[in-house]
Design a binder for this molecule. Structure first.
Ligand SMILES: [Zn+2]
Length: 298
């Protein structure tokens, strides 16, 4: 599967400062390092955005998890807090063009009812294989497949040599812990480490050739008036219905006076990040996804 052995793994949390699950898992593992210890692997724990976490905010100046493309990391005129934080993480884990760290597992939460989702941003066999392995152990996991060139990807995980995996678990409000979300995130991460350790010792798990997953199609904005004020919210039929089909004509939004606004597309798609609180700053109501088969690269 992989010709270069994996050794250095970074687990990052608090990339969004008000997503507390990752922040507290890092603390838990600092106090219980044996839980993440695997023969042959050196695993590091990094709180990615400590200042935003201290303020219980997603970010101070910019969304940190959009600052890691090569051009932005090289642009010294970008000097907001998260711009600088991205450059520091690039020094610590990268540099992106010759990374010290082989793999990054970045821990996130969502306020949407998405359960445990693994976001795969690479077609690297190791990354896809890891996601397949986690799904084998935890069939309830959903796979998002969004392969992107590592140098142009703006996610934190793109700093690592093999890209990495983003673990996204919900629903949980911002600034809050829930045991089910905490435990699912913990289990998924430990399976990731098990997989990397197995590959390192040449004991690669048997994996299916393909698995069902989702691919991003579009995001839909919440309806606004001409002054840019919200005029509607997520329709009750869509609330908490992540990964359920949205057929042409299905209700999407409910106006403040109780009228449905329906989906005008012609293809049945699937909702995700439905009513995600973090996207209210951009008035984004949900993402539309297409069901796909993800193939394990040969
Ligand atoms: Zn996040």
């Amino acid at each position: 599967m992989s010709t270069t052995p994996i050794k250095h793994v970074a687990i990052t949390g608090g990339t969004h400062g008000n997503e507390l699950t990752g922040v507290h898992l890092l603390k838990h593992w600092r106090n219980n390092p044996e839980e993440i210890c695997r023969d042959g692997l050196v695993t590091e724990l990094h709180l990615a955005n400590p200042k935003a976490n201290g303020c219980n905010r997603r970010y101070l100046d910019q969304d940190l998890n959009r600052q890691f493309n090569w051009d932005d990391l090289s642009d010294h005129s970008l000097c907001g807090y998260e711009h600088n934080r991205a450059k520091s993480l690039n020094t610590l884990l990268g540099p992106k063009d010759a990374p010290r760290v082989d793999f990054i597992i970045d821990l996130h939460t969502t306020t949407a009812n998405m359960g445990t989702t693994l976001v795969i941003k690479s077609d690297d066999a190791l990354v896809v294989g890891m996601a397949f392995y986690v799904k084998q152990q935890m069939p309830e996991v959903t796979l998002f497949y969004e392969p992107e060139d590592r140098m142009s990807d703006n996610f934190l995980i793109s700093l690592a040599k093999h890209h990495g995996l983003l673990v996204e678990v919900g629903p949980v409000p911002q600034g809050m812990l829930r045991w089910d979300v905490f435990d699912q995130t913990r289990q998924a991460t430990l399976h990731c480490l098990d997989f990397l350790a197995a590959v390192r010792r040449g004991d690669e798990p048997d994996l299916p050739e393909s698995l069902a997953g989702f691919q991003y199609v579009d995001k839909l904005k919440l309806p606004e008036n001409e002054r840019g004020e919200l005029t509607a919210m997520i329709h009750p039929d869509r609330q908490d219905a992540d990964y359920q089909p949205i057929k042409p004509g299905d209700p999407l939004f409910m106006t403040f006076d109780g009228n449905s606004i329906n989906y005008e597309g012609t293809e049945t798609l699937y909702g995700a990040f439905i009513n995600e609180a973090a996207y209210y700053d951009q008035h984004i109501g949900l993402s539309l996804m297409r069901k796909i088969d993800i193939r394990l690269p040969g």
